[in-house]
Ligand binder design. Structure first.
Ligand code: GLU
Length: 447
């Protein structure tokens, strides 16, 4: 396999899907050498098969807004790869959603899910519906209309959606309600991220952020450093940023910035419990403005419009918002300010040139598919609990999450340790995930 050849074919076929092309290139560049050591992969055209989703369902979602106007959005579900288990991955509701964006996310999800060690294939879905400024009733009607189409192709052993940007416990509730009505059965395992009283797993809301911090701590420990006492800049203020901030504070770090599409909120004394709780209020308000934090805590938080979290001096950067949110210029600013570690919590949060800048400057960098896998891993644990009609305690789920994040770290070290002894986490995560999916595809024949 030659990456340039595969990529030029894909670029010709999918010229308008830049994020998908970016995600595929990153994985293929990482695995090229290992792939070429296995002639059976080439013989079975594993790469050519793996880069194409199994199928994409595309549908119209029509709903009525609070003014009685009829609104139409596009809905999608990308069932990417089922070599390791039923399709598994979140739903993203965001105005910028396109099939190409969901293909990138589904592709990433396939390898991320492989890293968790749990039996889950990769999928992703969503809509260009923009939750910003929508009322609760509008969100409910949209979710119901979305499920009118989606329900036909999902199920606990087929495809198990969950949350992502713009989709949290509230949306999963409305989606589940409609699924139940359409399918005429109470199938708890059909969606994950459910409410705690109706099949959800303890710790699922916190899991992405908590897992990311367990991973970050291990990355730092491997480099002979401690997370305690260090400053952290976090982008975003949604579910992932919230969990990350909570665990970072618990570990003794100081979170000095959070951000939003409107700018950055600097918190020189470090975020505290009251402020972390307020992040939930900010998110539920659907206003999508981080300035709310400075309005609420003017003595402790300072808002600057139009700036990113990366403009704030910090030891550790944790992108927790959106793909490509950290660009080369941001990486250079962080490096100049003394940042020594960047753990990507958002999916593909850093542009390739930003990652290159970090690596060249000796900044430890770990990719999203390893760092944020605790979220989907805990979804996998939710599926196990649902399938066996039990619920584990918080301590049990947390212990399993710890163990899974440690095993992901171990896989990164196994496949990513370079000749000079340094660990390339990008390579490590990509090769580990790829080998698992490729081997399963090989063993399952040409389908
Ligand atoms: N959306 C999350 C992710 O990117 C979680 C998916 C899930 O729990 O299925 O991994």
């Amino acid at each position: 396999m030659q990456v340039s050849q595969v990529m030029s074919t894909l670029e010709r076929k999918y010229p308008y899907e830049p994020e998908y092309l970016q995600a595929v290139r990153e994985v293929l560049e990482s695995v090229e050498d290992v792939y070429n050591e296995h002639p059976e992969f080439e013989k079975n055209k594993i790469v050519e098969r793996m880069v194409e989703p199994d199928r994409i369902l595309s549908f119209r979602v029509t709903w009525v807004d609070d003014q009685g106007r009829i609104q139409t959005n596009s809905g999608f579900r990308v069932q990417f790869n089922s070599a390791l288990g039923p399709y598994k991955g979140g739903l993203r509701f965001h105005r910028a959603v396109t099939p190409g964006m969901l293909k990138f996310l589904g592709f990433e999800q396939t390898f991320k899910n492989a890293l968790t060690t749990l039996p889950m294939g990769g999928g992703k879905g969503g809509s260009d519906f923009d939750p910003k400024g929508k009322s609760d009733a509008e969100i409910m009607r949209f979710c119901q209309a979305f499920m009118l189409e989606l329900w036909k192709i999902i199920g606990p052993d087929t495809d198990v959606p969950a949350g992502d940007v713009g989709v949290g416990a509230r949306e999963i509730g409305y989606l589940t309600g409609m699924y139940k009505k359409l399918a005429h059965e109470y199938n708890t395992g059909v969606l994950t991220g459910k409410g705690l009283t109706w099949g959800g797993s303890i710790l699922r809301p916190e899991a992405t952020g908590f897992g990311a911090l367990y991973f970050t701590r291990q990355v730092l420990a491997t480099a002979g450093r401690d997370i305690k006492g260090h400053t952290i800049a976090i982008s975003g203020f949604g579910n992932v940023a919230w969990g990350a901030a909570k665990k970072a504070v618990e570990m003794g770090a100081r979170v000095v910035a959070i951000s939003g599409p409107d700018g950055v909120c600097e918190i020189p004394g470090g975020i505290d419990k009251e402020m972390i709780d307020y992040m939930l209020v900010m998110r539920a308000s659907n206003r999508d403005q981080v300035s709310m934090m400075a309005d609420r805590f003017p003595d402790r938080a300072r808002f600057t419009p139009g700036r990113k979290a990366w403009s704030v001096k910090c030891d550790i950067a944790l992108p927790c918002a959106f793909q490509n949110e950290l660009e080369e210029a941001d990486a250079r600013e962080l490096i100049a300010n003394g940042t020594f570690c960047c753990c990507e919590v958002s999916n593909m949060g850093c542009r390739p040139d930003a990652i290159k800048a970090f690596q060249e400057a000796g900044v430890i960098f770990a990719p999203g598919k390893a760092v944020n896998a605790g979220g989907v891993a805990t979804s996998g644990l939710e599926m196990t609990q649902n399938a066996s009609h039990i619920s584990w305690t918080g301590a049990e789920v947390d212990a399993k999450l710890h163990q899974i994040m440690s095993s992901i770290h171990e896989q990164c070290v196994k496949y990513g340790t370079q000749a000079d002894g340094k660990i390339d986490y990008v390579k490590g995560a990509n090769i580990a995930g790829f080998m698992k999916v490729a081997t399963a595809m090989l063993e399952q024949g040409v389908i």
